[in-house]
Design a protein around this ligand. Structure first.
Ligand SMILES: [Fe+2]
Length: 562
């Protein structure tokens, strides 16, 4: 069966991370996020037209060849038809997501609307390789809840055993805290990075634990979801308890948020970030324990936007609550397109294979021929190398920073060695240098890529290290070897690279190890501030020439800026 999984819709604030996935016999063949094509981070309020087109074109099929279209929201459950006629019938849905100006078709595929948290749950469990597991979903909100626990068994439907209210949303609390300290909507990862610079305050944590926003009937009928009333109540509460700050003035109409400039964070703001982070960790641990107790399984699968909090994830492991854990690498809503498609496959397909997902290279790729044609048309000077990994390793060893564009683009929020900016992690000042190149705040941390077989020599982590999704303590004797990728709290978010998953990138690190004795490089996403990951060679070239990057390795070509 050919299945398209789709996330995204057109309502302000509700929908983000629009994405499309093409699944055949239970196997992901293509998966891509709309933000990469439209160059708007997180694709708020968008439908994934370009992402769908990409999947169909890559497979050389049209909608007529698709058996099932699976959506990652069940609108029937969520909104009254009066409010959303656009989604009233399957016909209306098809017209809305496959407009005739972009898509032509004569047959109608089967339509499935999968409950949002079930799509998250499926995205992690059906990619985990576990026979059975407790599944924990924590995000801003689904149709009716903000956290949920599910039982996953290999050949059975995933069943819900618990959920809480939207008012309890940990995702919205964290977003509100972000805005309160002056960060933008979508800067949750940045606040997690700020937290180790502050100290958690017990009084702040206690006050937060005692407050809950309340939704009235009008809030529940809002066509744009419940995020706004919840976040507004949290911010009013923060202002009442901890004082009003200029930087907290928020604008919901501007989804980019109110603050776009670099802020010098005060001690109060750092402590506040640390307190909210600590509170989140406490609550996530409680939920993980609940999941294990209610399901009787000590394998845990995580998904939902909050599962991108790699520090909270690491606390679950440190706590010894579970034996094995799997975190969906695209735990944000982009991953629900995977979950919707996989659940559809589970429900309607007999010969499906659901294997452990251990890489996320499902996006566009470009041949050397394509790249050369483009470089020639721009009259850009380049050199072609038989072994681009070797030459780049030499540059990194000399202390140069290299933009690295290779193979299929990553699905999910992390650059995992195909659309990356790379640097030498052995000198602390690389940290500042790369932040300057990326126009980021100088305090923001970087993650390491490491040869898979050397991971345990450097980090206190035994698994779950393929996707930069879990933080890990750095071994004491290694901190001074790789200071540019060790955060304030002596942790890192490692990305273990094994040869079969990404040969070219593996070879680069291996070559760097031969020169330096260190099997680790600094890896950060190839993009400019506020932009999504580069997608096409054109994006890469534009970003390269508008930045202070000196080297771009694109396919087998190296471009050096004078
Ligand atoms: Fe979600």
């Amino acid at each position: 069966m050919k299945i398209l999984g789709i996330n995204g819709c057109g309502w302000l604030n509700v929908a983000h991370d629009a994405s499309a996935v093409f699944l055949e016999k239970g196997k992901i063949k293509w998966a891509v996020e709309e933000e990469r094509f439209i160059r708007q981070k997180r694709a708020y309020d968008k439908k994934p037209f370009n992402a769908i087109k990409f999947c169909l074109e890559k497979e050389k099929v049209s909608l007529d060849d698709i058996d099932i279209v699976a959506f990652s929201w069940n609108w029937d459950k969520y909104l009254s038809k009066r409010l959303h006629q656009e989604y009233e019938s399957n016909e209306a849905l098809l017209n809305s997501f496959f407009p005739k100006k972009f898509f032509s078709y004569t047959k109608k595929p089967k339509i499935l609307k999968i409950e949002h948290h079930l799509a998250h749950a499926s995205s992690t469990f059906r990619c985990s390789g576990f026979e059975n597991a407790a599944i924990l979903v924590v995000d801003g909100q689904g149709e009716y809840c903000s956290s949920s626990i599910w039982v996953g068994k290999k050949d059975e439907s995933i069943s819900k055993v618990w959920s809480n209210s939207i008012e309890e949303s940990l995702g919205f609390l964290y977003s509100a805290a972000c805005r309160y300290i002056g960060m933008r909507n979508g800067d949750e990862g940045k606040m997690m990075g700020l937290a180790p610079y502050g100290k958690p305050q017990d009084t702040t944590i206690t006050k937060i634990s005692k407050f809950r926003p309340r939704l009235i009937k009008d809030d529940l009928n809002r066509r744009d979801g419940q995020m706004r009333p919840i976040i507004e109540q949290w911010i009013r509460f923060f202002e009442k308890e901890f004082g009003s700050k200029d930087s907290t003035k928020i604008s919901f109409n501007n989804l980019e948020g109110s603050m776009t400039k670099n802020i010098k964070f005060t001690k109060f703001q750092k402590d506040f970030a640390a307190s909210v982070q600590k509170y989140l960790e406490i609550e996530v641990i409680k939920l993980a324990k609940k999941a294990v107790n209610m399901t009787g399984s000590d394998n845990l699968c995580l998904a939902g936007g909050v599962a991108l909090n790699c520090v909270a994830n690491s606390k679950i492991l440190e706590n010894g609550i579970v034996k094995e854990m799997y975190v969906q690498p695209a735990s944000n809503d982009a991953g629900t397109a995977i979950g919707a498609a996989m659940e559809a496959s589970f429900m309607l397909e007999e010969n499906r294979s659901l294997e452990k997902l251990s890489s996320v290279y499902f996006g566009p790729d470009y041949s050397n021929k394509d790249i050369k044609k483009l470089l020639d048309s721009y009259r850009i000077n380049y050199k072609k190398f038989r072994d681009i990994s070797k030459i780049c390793a030499e540059l990194l060893h000399k202390g140069e920073v290299v933009a690295w564009f290779q193979g299929k683009m990553e699905f999910g929020p992390r650059a995992l060695g195909n659309r990356s900016i790379l640097a030498n992690p052995t000198k602390k000042d690389t940290w500042i240098k790369v932040n300057k190149i990326k126009n980021r705040e100088l305090w923001r941390p970087f993650a390491p890529s490491i040869l898979f077989e050397k991971t345990e020599n450097y980090f206190d982590i035994r698994d779950n290290f393929y996707f930069m999704i879990i933080a890990s303590k750095v071994k004491k004797d290694k901190i001074k070897e790789i200071p540019a990728v060790v955060h304030q709290d002596k942790t890192s978010r490692p990305h273990a690279v094994y040869q079969n998953s990404n040969k070219k990138y593996y070879n680069l690190i291996k070559n760097f190890e031969k020169l330096s004795g260190i099997p680790v490089i600094l890896n950060t996403s190839f993009n400019d501030k506020g932009e999504p990951l580069v997608c096409t060679p054109k994006d890469a070239i534009r970003t390269f020439f508008s930045s202070n990057l000196k080297y771009l390795a694109i396919g087998d070509f190296l471009i050096e800026k004078n």
